[in-house]
Design a protein around this ligand. Structure first.
Ligand SMILES: [Zn+2]
Ligand SMILES: [Zn+2]
Ligand SMILES: [Zn+2]
Length: 108
């Protein structure tokens, strides 16, 4: 794929995966918030909530850290996204443990 930005290309060629921070948005879990969908930072493994969630913690994490690329952390969703380039890819390779086995709901 030659139309990928450098960040997505780098992410697709990683030789090891990240370890997801947990089965839920790490920031919502700390603050008692709720999320809709989860995203995984492919630089450090931060699990954050999507932009349809009140906290929008995946985007906040990307802006705070400049970690560029996330992958969906929802079952059956292999897409990736680069923040600096606003670039989307339908399928980004995941290492074992990077793809969510199921949807994780916020604690009640
Ligand atoms: Zn990029
Ligand atoms: Zn959150
Ligand atoms: Zn990160």
């Amino acid at each position: 794929m030659s139309d990928l930005c450098t960040h997505l290309e780098t992410a697709s060629k990683r030789d090891h995966g990240v370890h997801p921070s947990g089965h839920g948005c790490v920031d919502c879990l700390a603050a008692g918030g709720v999320w809709v969908h989860l995203r995984l930072c492919l630089t450090c493994g931060h699990v954050g909530c999507c932009d349809n969630s009140p906290g929008r913690h995946a985007t906040k994490h990307a802006h705070a850290t400049t970690h560029p690329v996330i992958r969906s952390y929802e079952p059956g969703e292999p897409w990736g996204y680069c923040y600096p380039d606003d670039a989307f890819v339908e399928e980004l390779r995941a290492f074992p443990g990077e793809a969510a086995a199921r949807h994780y709901d916020p604690p009640r």
